[in-house]
Design a protein around this ligand. Structure first.
Ligand SMILES: Nc1nc2c(c(=O)[nH]1)N[C@H]1C(S)=C(S)[C@@H](COP(=O)(O)O)O[C@H]1N2
Ligand SMILES: [Mo]
Length: 439
């Protein structure tokens, strides 16, 4: 099923309704349609809408069943502005670089990466029936309401960067399947919540606990309530880091429904997939968590860089932990044209480096021949992205590219190219934008 929805049902139907119909329902439109509907097609359609369809024979070909279509208005994401929609079922949308210029990413500009469907209660912003369970390798399993979390544990407010492990996938060649993120699956909002460590402490962590896995309330695309959308996690040391939190506010507001209302993990600096949304349970494990999208090739890369077509032995796939050093130019917007004779330009953006600090950012306007250091701010708190700015001077009129390269505190700098891997993770190649000074 997931393959069908890689592009989103609305996009699929807009492109070629008959083909979409065939892909979704396994039937063909036209004279043969009735025959197909009686067999596999009808069954598939029934599964998708969750019941038998008594009047299926009358169902117009190429029409998106309202049960699927009305989840959100196509191509509009409520509460967001200016995002590029990569998929609408599940909703996946990224922020163009120039709209990420704010030092702290506002809610309407933060990217969305959903693997399934937003739970109904989150849509209604209703936390009345919600609770969080902490169980597994603990002395005292806990079940907490939102009010418990807000009152029994100290609240911390932190700016935390969250980047999808697949950000930059669009740059892969040969292409990697999945959402074709360019540069905008990154944000740094101000999150408020309880430290995971404090909540775990209340549950009494056993010595046997080595890993913690999350479960959320989102719904699988197939509609099957038994299927888990995603259930990832992190080792105890990361989960109990003082900057890993159970967030119930985003930039001062209750968590927006897109971002996990009423509660999510924010485990900054690691692939965004560790930061479970619509959180209902954390299971402390005596082994590495093996939930949905923890195993196989999901969020894993080969221990040694490999080329396309090379078979990597099972034991050489490693779970992605800290994300690599990266930067973004958020002003000016790429394609900016300056008036003839203009020589100076203010350039700015952000840089981040997983669990590390960024120690410098350099810019080049001559395709990497020479570099100059920008003014780089310290992070507001650990795991906040670092804002930077520079004034650059163009020697003549003409076409320029501005390239940005960040370096972390272990001396690792962004590469020019991409270290290829099969699933298109961890592309931290340098960001570049085009600027022309008119002739
Ligand atoms: N329950 C749940 N949590 C989830 C996801 C999801 O689909 N379901 N997506 C993960 C992925 S892959 C990423 S990159 C981040 C994205 O967070 P955002 O949508 O708030 O930007 O959430 C993570 N947490
Ligand atoms: Mo992600």
């Amino acid at each position: 099923m997931s393959k069908l929805f890689e592009r989103g049902i609305h996009a699929l139907y807009e492109d070629d309704p008959e083909r979409a119909d065939y892909l979704v329902f396994g039937r063909v439109s036209g004279p043969n349609r009735r025959g197909f509907l009686k067999s596999a097609g009808l069954a598939a359609m029934g599964t998708l809408v969750g019941a038998k369809i008594p009047f299926s024979a009358n169902y117009p070909a190429g029409l998106i069943p309202a049960a699927l279509a009305d989840t959100e208005t196509p191509f509009v994401i409520h509460g967001k502005q200016g995002l590029s929609i990569l998929n609408d079922r599940p909703v996946n949308a990224e922020t163009p670089a120039h709209l990420l210029d704010d030092p702290v990413t506002p809610n309407h500009r933060h990217f969305i990466r959903n693997n399934g469907l937003v739970p109904e209660s989150a849509r209604k912003m209703d936390a009345s029936g919600w609770s969080l369970t902490i169980d597994g390798e603990v002395a005292k399993p806990l079940t907490l309401s939102l009010a418990d979390l807000m009152t029994e544990f100290p609240a911390v407010t932190l700016q935390l960067q969250l980047e999808c492990g697949g950000n930059g996938r669009a740059g892969f060649n040969p292409p990697a399947r999945g959402n074709q993120w360019t540069v905008g699956a990154i944000g740094c909002a101000e999150w408020t919540g309880a430290r995971v460590a404090d909540v775990f402490e209340a549950a009494g962590v056993k010595k046997s606990a080595v890993y913690a896995g999350y479960y959320g309330a989102d719904k699988h695309l197939s509609g099957d309530p038994e299927k888990v959308v995603i259930s990832r996690g992190a080792p105890m040391w990361k989960m109990t880091d003082p900057q890993t939190i159970l967030a119930y506010r985003m930039n001062g507001d209750p968590l927006p429904h897109w971002h996990g209302f009423p509660l999510r993990i924010v485990a900054p600096g690691w692939p965004g997939s560790v930061s479970g949304k619509w959180l209902t349970r954390i299971w402390l494990r005596d082994r590495v968590h093996d939930g949905a999208k923890m195993t196989g090739k999901s969020y894993r890369v080969p221990a040694h860089p490999m080329g396309p077509g090379v078979k990597v032995p099972e034991e050489d796939w490693q779970i992605i932990e800290s994300m690599p050093v990266k930067s973004l130019i958020t002003r000016p917007r790429t394609g900016t044209v300056l008036t003839a004779g203009a020589r100076n330009l203010e350039v700015g953006g952000h840089a981040w480096a997983g669990d590390n600090l960024v120690t410098r950012v350099d810019l080049s306007i001559d395709f990497g021949a020479t570099w100059s250091k920008v003014h780089l701010d310290a992070p507001r708190n650990r795991y906040a992205w670092q804002n930077w700015r520079a004034l650059i001077t163009f020697p003549t009129n003409g076409y320029y590219e501005i390239w940005a390269r960040a370096t972390d505190d272990e001396g690792r700098a962004q590469p020019f190219g991409i270290v290829w891997n099969a699933k298109g993770y961890l592309n931290n190649s340098m960001h570049r934008i085009a600027v022309t000074v008119s002739a």
